[in-house]
Design a protein around this ligand. Sequence first.
Ligand code: G3P
Ligand code: CA
Length: 248
Amino acid sequence: MTSSHITGPSRDEVQAHRGASAIAPENTLAAFRAAAEQGAKWVELDVALLGDDTLVVIHDDSVDRTTSGTGNLGALTRAEVDRLDAGSWFGSQFAGEKLPTLDEVIAELGQLGLSANVEIKQHPHHKSLDQLVEAVQHAIGKRAAGTNIMISSFDPDCLRAMHALEPDLEMAMLWGRPPEDWEAQLAAIPAKTIHMHFKALSIGLLEETTKKGTKVRAWTCNDPVQLVSFWDAGLTGVITDNPKLFLG
Ligand code: G3P
Ligand code: CA
């Protein structure tokens, strides 16, 4: 008889993607509160600068998809986005939800006892990488004692610049599928974590990353069955729209 072994991530390794975005409008305070209510300890969120240099939490480079307004972030000010409704597109019960600044989210995470994976998006309207990473550093510097922060990005330059400012933070390189020379690319940042698309996972790669002491988290997976075979091979965590599915 084989011994039964339940595989799955630890509670600390389930990250709510853009908050619990399956049940609340992504990247809003409502989505972060929903993640906490589901029992998540971590949320993933995306940051970008507005035209007036306010750092906000939003995935796209325009407000069109997730708010009542239109326009590229580079053409908008904080006063303008404050007038937008970032909840009604998802459901009428979320009407009036705001597009938050990273400062506002960091304050809320402190209240909720949540930690954050801050994904830095490099958008064409951004004026400089230094300005972007300094804005992130300023906002996360105000976090509560119980809020841990890690940084992720598809852009190695963002991670390199952030690491120079905050050498103690975990840096995660985002790849759809890691390149052949993933180890050299991580060392050049330096970063010790890969966040990769769950469909690109393989036991072989996880055995290799585990041997090298590299963490791997999978995004964005909303079906625990898809990951069952990977936990024992060394998968560290999951980024999901619906943390409840992985929290049992
Ligand atoms: O953290 C992984 C995931 O957030 C990357 O993709 O497009 O949802 O930001 P995206
Ligand atoms: Ca993201």
